[in-house]
Design a protein around this ligand. Structure first.
Ligand code: PEP
Ligand code: MG
Length: 844
């Protein structure tokens, strides 16, 4: 029947929820119910049911009846901070209990002393329940009926919901729900009709509000409860849990492994010789000498009173729309970093909490500009108050959006960027992502900001543009006049203004050598690539979207050695059909103008779950149904993708590559599917290759060889599986080096096993590392597929050594004991190669 009588779970004073001094409960964000101010420290089951949530802090418990009514009993307010102190649990998640069974006991005195309040909300989570016979404003005894709950809306009202779902997960998000992952969560939430709420500790947010989710202050390892109510509640919770548990590509890179505070350093140090030296944090590497040019933001003055609510509301909506359109246009091209940052910015503009706070202020008579500034300011303040430097950086993103909308409301065009001379170094108190995007990247030599952090969006953009950047350099940049000579040494974490003759000479010669090398590399990027003694090495680019193909070719790419097709499959509710896939692959083939295109089949599962691909729960997804394993589990998906690839028309080869191969049997099954796909498409069977990402594949490449046409070593995964180090674990990031001799020995085995296959390639991160390129070639690799921005430098590194030198270097690398020692050997070999050769083809 779906009717339950709720018995008081605690003895104490029963009060209406409105009296709970916490909006989450008083505004019924989690659901309706009542509150009890306890006089005894014992929580008992309010009905027969199953324990669904019992956090390790034991400050709350949820129980679900057989009729699917779920009730949360939250002992006190802000009690999560006690981390279990004073609480004892008598049940565990999944336990079946009877009404009146003891669930928790807690020490009234400890909790009363250390928590914000003892008042205990008892709420029916989700929607679609009618509550009646509520007992409040009197003393109740545990076990006494206090509420009647029944399914369905009160008589005369409209039906509101068909279901509810709850799930608590441990968040694996390294940096919490910051702007980009929050925008992705909101995107998936928007694809569902259910109302979805996220709860972490005492904070709650709607899944449709990126800003609200950022303010949860979620940290890696925190418990996160997803609650949904509505027609597709179960699916919504499942999709969001999958997305969040995937880690959302929040991988630790060196810059992310050790977050640095965004507080500025103390200020410059004055040298005797007139130098002014600022210390900061490296946000993008490099060394440049140039002239200082300041970028200062003009103050935007806004009027508090508006010209009528209707007028101001329309003006606000129009401004939001124009800025959103501008961001959308900006996000349609350029590198992937820029697109994802602009998409996260665009999400602010439709954030329901932010926009409704602004509209509320407009309704109260404020001008659109004042209202927008207040809403952004309040949220930015909240983000800054979380004490997390990364969230403070997201507040800077919000201020960027605030400014763009204010300028639009004022009828001003976005401020013109400062005119840069070639080699200028930009100085700013802080830089907004939109300002950096507007600058002339070809002229900008470097960036130094007084504030900011190494994981800010400005830092990510600068690195993608190849512009050295120093952040958090502290007060005092104003003391440097425009036009002053500066040395920006981001690697050395310092900016020197008015350098001494000695500093200048040393820096100039280092910077000039770097510049020369890069310019030479760029100038020669279009030429085909051979070692110093003429051995042909193909240098391809890794691509992740159709828009990147033409730029990669312009940067010297001789083909695409890895097309990561995940971009087509992620963040949507249904898989792309054959036509959509074919169109995308065709666009990439067209951009490559007949150069080889190697399409990797969907690498789903593991860290890349798909909402529409049912997968069993896995305790260890990196060792689970990922790569080709998930493809073979869902052959219809693989077959559709293979058919789409077979239908691509190009004057060059279009090949299929299988990820995560561990056995010959997998290749045979995939080949059977490919033959079928080719028959269906009426085409010849394309070349078929495998990624060497498991030690098993590396050690048995000779056995795989009869089944395949080429290999490509995925050093990212091969390193993770060889060293048994999770590639997403920030604590292991420094040790996770593909130049470890163990990985190199496996690559050597794979190259030997591959014999004379069409390509013996590498497409993992090592292929983008100029120090690694000569070693890989020495091990027998003949094709390197690098990040597009690194193609020219990789070609230059290949050209600098003979095949004999590469082989000698590789042999030494296999024999040393660490990745550091390998790097040292490689750096020495490249340095030697850069001093002029007296005899061509010098002996190894
Ligand atoms: C790799 O593992 O090296 C690789 C190229 O694949 P991905 O990084 O996409 O897992
Ligand atoms: Mg991989």
């Amino acid at each position: 029947m779906g009717v339950v009588t709720l018995l008081a779970p605690i003895t104490g004073w029963a009060a209406p929820l409105d009296e709970v001094p916490d909006k989450v409960f008083s505004e019924r964000m989690l659901g309706d119910g009542l509150a009890i101010d306890p006089t005894e420290g014992e929580v008992r089951a309010p009905f027969d049911g199953v324990i669904t949530v019992l956090p390790s802090s034991r400050h709350a418990v949820s129980i679900r009846s057989d009729t699917d009514i779920e009730v949360l009993i939250h002992v006190g307010l802000e009690t999560v901070a006690l981390a279990g102190r004073g609480f004892v649990a008598h049940v565990a998640e999944g336990d079946r209990v009877k009404a009146g069974d003891r669930l928790l006991t807690f020490d009234l005195e400890t909790v009363a002393r250390d928590a914000a309040s003892l008042i205990t909300p008892v709420v029916v989570t989700g929607e679609g329940w009618t509550l009646s016979e509520r007992v409040t404003n009197r003393l109740v005894t545990a076990g006494q009926p206090v509420l009647r709950i029944e399914r369905g809306p009160p008589a005369g009202s409209e039906a509101t919901s068909e279901g509810s779902a709850n799930r608590t997960i441990r968040s694996p998000l390294l940096h919490g729900l910051h702007a980009r992952p929050a925008a992705r969560v909101a995107g998936v939430a928007a694809a569902h009709r259910a109302r979805i709420t996220l709860m972490a500790g005492q904070r709650t947010a709607s899944a449709s509000s990126p800003v609200g989710m950022m303010a949860l202050g979620l940290r890696d390892g925190d418990n996160l409860t997803l609650s949904a109510s509505g027609p597709d509640a179960e699916a919504a919770v499942a999709a969001l849990a999958e997305l969040i548990l995937s880690g959302m590509d929040e991988k630790a890179g060196p810059a992310q492994a050790a977050p640095s505070p965004t507080v500025a350093s103390a200020g410059p140090v004055e040298g005797d010789d007139g130098e002014l030296v600022f210390s900061g944090v490296c946000a993008a590497p490099g060394l440049v000498v140039g002239k200082a040019v300041h970028l200062r933001l003009s103050e935007i003055v806004v009027c508090e009173t508006g010209q009528g609510a209707a007028h101001e509301a329309a003006a606000l909506d129009a401004a939001l729309e124009v800025v959103a359109g501008r961001l959308e246009a900006g996000a349609s091209g350029g590198p992937v970093e820029r697109r994802s940052i602009l998409a996260a910015h665009a999400a602010f503009l439709t954030d329901p909490e932010l926009v409704s706070a602004a509209h509320q202020a407009v309704a109260e008579g404020r001008s659109a500009a004042f209202a927008w500034r207040s809403a952004c300011g309040a949220t930015a303040g909240l983000l800054r108050s979380l004490g997390d430097p990364r969230m403070a950086e997201r507040a800077d993103d919000l201020m960027d959006i605030e400014r763009q909308v204010l300028l639009q409301l004022a009828g001003d065009a976005p401020a013109a960027p400062p005119a840069l001379g070639p080699g200028d170094v930009l100085l700013a108190d802080d830089l907004l992502p939109s300002q950096l995007i507007a600058l002339d990247g070809a002229r900008l030599a470097g960036i130094c900001t007084a504030r900011g952090g190494p994981t800010s969006h400005v830092a990510i953009l600068a690195a993608a543009m190849g512009v050295p950047a120093l952040v958090a350099a502290g007060e005092g940049l104003d003391r440097i006049a425009n036009g002053t000579l500066v040395v920006l040494d981001a690697d050395g974490r310092r900016l020197t203004a008015s350098p001494s003759a000695q500093t200048l000479a040393a820096s100039e010669s280092r910077a000039a050598a770097d510049r020369r090398r890069k310019a030479e590399a760029r100038a020669a990027s279009g030429e085909s690539c051979r070692t110093a003694d003429g051995a042909r090495i193909e240098v391809f680019a890794n691509l992740g979207a159709a828009s990147e193909a033409a730029d990669a070719v312009a940067g010297g790419a001789e083909g695409c050695g890895l097309l990561r097709t995940e971009f087509l499959f992620l963040d949507r509710q249904t898989p792309p059909d054959e036509g959509e896939q074919r169109a995308q692959y065709q666009a990439i083939a067209d951009g490559l103008e007949g150069r080889p295109l190697i399409v990797r089949t969907l690498d789903a599962g593991g860290d890349k779950p798909l909402p529409y691909l049912p997968m069993p729960h896995e305790d260890n997804p990196a060792l689970g149904l990922r790569g080709v394993r998930s493809g073979l589990l869902h052959p219809e998906l693989l077959l559709t993708q293979m058919r789409a690839i077979c239908r691509v028309r190009s004057s060059g080869p279009v090949a299929v590559m299988l990820p995560m191969i561990a056995s010959v049997a997998e290749v045979r099954q995939a080949r059977a599917l490919l033959d079928r796909a080719a028959t269906d498409a009426g085409s010849a069977t394309p070349l078929l290759g495998v990624m060497i990402e498991t030690p098993a594949a590396a050690m048995t490449t000779d056995l795989l060889r009869p089944e395949i046409d080429f290999i490509s070593v995925g050093t990212n995964d091969l390193t993770q599986y060889t060293l048994a180090m999770d590639r997403q674990n920030p604590h292991l990031a420094a040790q996770l080096d593909g130049l470890h001799p163990a990985v190199l020995r496996l690559i050597a085995a794979a190259a030997a096993g591959a014999g004379d296959l069409r390509w013996t390639g590498v497409c993992g991160g090592l292929a983008s590392d100029p120090l690694a390129a000569p070693i890989l070639i020495g091990l027998g690799v003949t094709e390197l597929s690098a990040a597009p921005a690194m193609v020219a430098e990789i070609k230059a590194a290949v050209r600098s050594l003979t095949l004999g030198e590469c082989r000698a270097l590789a042999a030494s690398a296999l024999a040393v004991e660490s990745a550091d020692a390998v790097r040292q050997l490689a750096a020495e070999a490249l340095d030697r190669s850069r001093t002029p050769r007296h005899t061509a083809g010098a002996p190894a």
